[in-house]
Design a protein around this ligand. Structure first.
Ligand code: AMP
Length: 115
């Protein structure tokens, strides 16, 4: 069994509040939400970070996860008000889980620059 918590969520061996799933990507609620809507969208396949995603295969997997994020934003009716998609990468990017994930944040006005 993988020791990656997001791979375990994909496999269904640890619980998560799943919002949407395709054969290639899974969307689930973040445990520690930073906005009224905070969903994580991940490729089903393990890719440690965007720093390792510059391959043809990863391009497809990340693209499919991004597409699911856009679809979930529509389903949750965020597309009119807007939302933010964030992919933290590496230490300075604030990445804490080593499996590529897109944060879908919405339901409040976001500020810029990010912290
Ligand atoms: P990052 O800091 O960009 O790597 O984001 C990791 C995110 O994963 C954080 O927002 C955590 O709250 C979230 N997280 C960690 N473990 C879980 C889990 N088991 N289920 C849902 N969200 C999680």
């Amino acid at each position: 069994m993988s020791d990656c918590i997001f791979c375990r969520i994909v496999a269904g061996s640890i619980p998560a509040t799943i919002v949407a799933r395709t054969p290639d990507a899974v969307a689930f609620r973040d445990l520690n939400p930073q906005a009224p809507t905070h969903v994580l969208v991940i490729p089903a396949e393990h890719i440690p970070s965007m720093a390792e995603a510059d391959t043809d295969r990863a391009e497809g997997q990340v693209g499919k996860a991004m597409r699911l994020a856009v679809q979930v934003a529509k389903e949750l009716e965020l597309d009119q008000s807007g939302y933010r998609l964030v992919v933290n990468t590496g230490r300075d990017g604030g990445q804490s889980v080593g499996h590529v994930h897109v944060h879908l944040l919405g339901g409040r006005r976001m500020s810029w620059p990010p912290g």
